[in-house]
Write a protein that binds this ligand. Structure first.
Ligand code: NAP
Length: 251
């Protein structure tokens, strides 16, 4: 009998996979049996992560450098992944940044950069992989959104818009590709301890804990577990959903 939530024989791309939540996702999918493509801006760090994952799990893990906001860079990355493994079954659109500020002071470049990486980046990657996934009649696309995209967050008009946009993209694409056995889902993390959140003011951290019924910050593994579930065959009748992994912050 196949193991529950096995990803044996699958190939997964994780963008922004070199560190933080992406690294936890990459390692967890490898532990479930998938071969891994760690995609990140910094080749060296991505290689370090890929080597660490391969050593820990015994799966194949390679690093590819790509800027998800750049279509040509994404196309080259997908081509290289397909050349290496012959297929891609799972795409996790995890790369994301923040450039916070009140709208009155927000620079146009900070708006553009956040939308380009967080939202257009997911579009670029999904567009480049959807044809091969349709041909093979199998695919799992998982977009990492955020509670900020669900509730909105003051000081984050750019980030909240990008993360809300990802939920729209998830639903629209789920409808487009469902007939080809491709599921598209989103995960909306709450407050997770990574470098993205480490420098937030203490009052925001205290407030976040108060707003979280489970009374703690999340850790990257909490998100990785949810992604592993959505990536597995056992979730094959789930598409277009946003899974909130936030300790109950949004309900
Ligand atoms: P992180 O530690 O900053 O990791 C993000 C990774 O994405 C980094 O390795 C970064 O590379 C990479 N990246 C940035 N821009 C990229 C680009 N243009 N192309 C390719 N890779 C790029 O952040 P995290 O906390 O793990 O967050 C991961 C995802 O979860 C993000 O989408 C974030 O919005 C979402 N999220 C996080 C939280 C949280 O509380 N941490 C909550 C909700 C949602 P560099 O190191 O070179 O910048």
């Amino acid at each position: 009998m196949t193991e529950f939530l096995s990803l044996d024989g699958r190939v997964a791309i994780i963008t922004g996979g070199a560190r933080g939540i992406g690294k936890a996702i990459a390692e967890t999918l490898a532990q479930r049996g998938a071969n891994i493509v760690v995609v990140d801006l910094r080749k060296e760090l991505a290689e370090e992560t890929a080597n660490e994952i391969a050593a820990k799990t015994g799966r194949e893990a390679i690093a590819l450098e790509a800027d998800v906001s750049n279509q040509e860079s994404v196309k080259a990355m997908i081509k290289a992944a397909l050349e290496k493994f012959g297929k891609v079954d799972i795409l996790v659109n995890n790369a994301g940044i923040t450039r916070d500020g009140l709208i009155m002071r927000m620079k146009e470049s900070d708006w553009d950069m956040v939308l380009d990486i967080n939202l257009k980046g997911a579009f670029n990657c999904a567009q480049a992989i959807v044809r091969p996934m349709m041909k093979q009649q199998y695919g799992r696309i998982i977009n990492i959104s955020s509670v900020s995209g669900v509730t909105g967050q003051a000081g984050q008009t750019n980030y909240s818009s990008s993360k809300a946009g990802l939920i729209g993209l998830t639903k629209a694409l789920a409808k487009e590709v469902g007939s080809r056995n491709i599921t598209v889902n989103a995960v909306a993390p709450g407050f997770i301890e990574t470098v993205l959140t480490v420098d937030l003011p203490e009052e925001i951290k205290d407030f976040s804990i108060k707003m979280t019924p489970l009374g703690r910050f999340g850790v990257p593994q909490d998100i990785a577990n949810a992604v592993a579930f959505l990536a597995a065959d056992e979730s094959s009748f789930i598409t277009g959903v946003t899974l909130h992994v936030d300790g109950g912050m949004v309900m």
